[in-house]
Design a protein around this ligand. Structure first.
Ligand code: ASP
Length: 335
């Protein structure tokens, strides 16, 4: 609630009038974009996934409804999704080529332009928490690999787990499929990249009752990744961005999102061109990325509480609570 005190007494001798005007809050979340099709998703899995998206909305909304900060709301939502084995972040993260997990995450607070990110961490149960800690308790924006783990060592309250804690049988099968098709490609056969090589990254963007925006993204990256590959999720401006008017969290083929500074480009279009949020996000996801052969989606919101959730894949796990209080979760493109 933003209160406007119209104090006229000193000027006009009139009594002071206090009027309270509701500042809208809004929350959007995603659990990744990709080849998510009805025929490939069991009714049970669909029910659990929709329930988890709802729980992530509840967690973030509880913060916002209590007058809390957008930063706390996005962390709360993302942590619910990191804990779920159904998404490619935290528990359930994809495997790299060595059969291990390297996790990336970032967070940004719009009105202060503070940001924190980690890449290729392997034992921190909640990478988004570590990213926030980098933002709040280090002089840096981004820490990677062993250094990020050493930084985590200094923060005893950040829970650590053995790397295999992130394992799930589904992700192991996904790795085996990806490695089998890669072996075929190396043998000269024309086998496309497995359509499920990625998706399931999670993210959240929130507008709080103080008018502040924050965004966060967390991922295991791409299945079968090698050589310390890092995608867009921890790159500020590519997978995550927040300023005082606009916030974005992305999911998709990270290399394309990095090359197009997708999250920043969307907000820059709003700021510099005066595009609406829907136009800006729709153009980048509907035109710029597919024109180059990439795919994926974003969740975005602006300071007025408008939300946009465009994607160019068959599905994107997503949820929203708009400024008008209307909420929903959806998976497929036709919802
Ligand atoms: N964008 C992530 C990456 O490239 C993957 C995803 O969104 O699922 O690491």
């Amino acid at each position: 609630m933003r209160a406007f005190l119209l104090c006229c007494a000193l000027v006009l001798g009139a009594p002071c009038v206090a009027s309270a005007q509701a500042q809208p809050t809004a929350l959007v979340i995603h659990g990744g974009a990709g080849v998510i099709e009805r025929k490939a998703l069991s009714a049970d899995a669909e029910r659990v996934i929709r329930g988890t998206l709802d729980a992530a909305l509840d967690a973030g909304h509880a913060v916002l409804a209590g007058g809390g900060r957008a930063l706390d709301a996005v962390e709360a939502s993302v942590r619910v999704l990191e804990e779920s084995p159904h998404f490619n972040a935290g528990k359930g993260a994809v495997f790299n080529a060595e059969g291990r997990h390297e996790l990336d995450a970032s967070v940004m607070e719009g009105h202060t332009r503070r940001a924190g990110a980690v890449a290729a961490v392997s034992t921190v149960r909640s990478p988004v928490r570590l990213a926030r800690r980098v933002m709040e308790q280090s002089p840096h924006v981004m820490l990677i690999g062993e250094g990020a783990e050493r930084f985590a060592d200094d923060h005893a309250d950040l829970e650590r787990v053995p790397n295999h804690w992130f394992d799930t049988p589904q992700r192991r099968e996904q790795l085996e499929r990806a490695q089998a098709s890669e072996a075929q490609r190396q043998a000269g056969r024309d086998v496309p990249v497995a359509p499920d090589a990625y998706f399931g990254t999670v993210g959240a963007v929130a507008l709080d009752s103080h008018g502040h925006i924050a965004a966060a993204t967390s991922t295991g990256g791409m299945t079968n990744k090698r050589w310390g590959r890092v995608g867009d999720a921890p790159i500020i401006g590519a997978g995550t961005w927040a300023d005082d008017r606009c916030g974005v969290s992305a999911t998709g083929w990270g290399e394309f999102f990095i090359r197009n500074a997708v999250a920043h480009d969307i907000c820059a279009r709003v700021a510099y061109r005066g595009d609406s949020l829907a136009e800006a996000a729709g153009h980048v996801i509907g035109e710029v990325i597919p024109a180059q052969g990439g795919d994926g989606g974003v969740i975005a919101l602006d300071a007025q509480g408008n939300v946009a959730l465009p994607f160019n894949t068959p599905g994107m796990y997503r949820g929203w609570i708009g400024a008008d209080g209307r909420r929903g979760v959806a998976i497929f493109a036709d919802e």
